[in-house]
Design a protein around this ligand. Sequence first.
Ligand code: CTP
Length: 403
Amino acid sequence: MPRVLTGKRIVVGVTGGIAAYKVPEFVRRLLQAGAIVDVVMTPAATDFVGPLTFQALTRRPVQVTTVGAWQGEHAGHVTLGAEADLMVVAPATADALARLAHGLADDAVTLTALACPAPLVVAPAMDHHMFRHPATQANLELLRSRGVTVVGPHHGPLASGMVGEGRMAEPEELVGAVRAVLGRSGSLRERRVVVTAGPTREPLDPVRFLSNHSSGKMGYALAEVARDRGATTTLISGPTCLPTPYGVRRIDVETAAEMARAVATETTDAEVLVMCAAVADFRPRAPSPEKIKKQAASLVLELEPTEDILASVRRPGLVKVGFAAETERFLEHALEKLQRKGLDLLVLNDARATMGADTAQVTLLRPGAPPEPLPELPKDEVAERIWDAIEALLAVRKTGEAR
Ligand code: CTP
């Protein structure tokens, strides 16, 4: 459960577009992450999704009319907006964007938004001609200039049957945007961090490669939590099936050599490097330019070592965090890596149990300190604990510099 959402009051305003069908899933994800969600709707939105759906999910009254706002638990939309940590309008139709941009307040959604001093996130969804229309673009510009976060829309098939720009962002991306906006002034604001994730692929020939089982989940969770805490986050990723976390700059690489180059470039002005990627230690010495044929009775591959990225980054002041995925003699191997690679923190885990799983049991190792085993936790909570440990290192470093 991402901590940045826990206990946060989010108001979700739904306006009348077909993309409203995605909003219950978005609300469900916010609730699962521990947020308190109130839904307000325009009457047109109720033609697409019933208020009862949201009421059942949130277990809170859903406001559809401005008059209805004065009933139920809240003393009106003014209170709902005033108490919110963030408001999201999804889908935001062209009409809703125009109303929001110009401060109209004649429906439950725009009224709540006008009375809400908290950050506003909008997820436009409409036909692509409507989206491209100068009036809509001007309204979006006006909203952006007031600090509103606009998520999407994306290119793809639209309800009109056409293909174009106008599809609402998916729930996952919207949750990412909410987390990013809530975390803007978090404990890592103004810090630049680099996280690597996933496997590398070392080509054998144009169609084959050597790789490993890393899914990238742990590295992506680490990048998301850094972003949740306000860090400017770069994610250097080997091939994975995971979507780019909202607000994170992702650089795709394939081989260990490409990852080494990207890490060298990206860490020049970073304060933290978290090397979570499962980098190949060896690569074929001479990859075949053509597909290797199976005529031979056997095939011997000659491998050569890749560069040890973590060990070779030696910039003073950079906090270096490594992972040790072991299968035996865990502490012995990990302590040796901590020392050999000059690390500030090493995250030890059992390679067999962790790769591809949604949970991890890790032990944190720091030079000169006793090992700190953590219980088995979901990877996003492991990521929170790792950043807690990194922040403690950054704080010590700052005190040291001040002296
Ligand atoms: N790593 C790296 N470059 C490599 C190999 C590993 O930067 N060529 C990093 C990993 O991202 C990880 C740490 O080093 O943070 C330890 O990786 P691991 O594979 O456990 O250790 P190795 O050094 O490869 O040692 P071994 O394979 O012998 O266990």
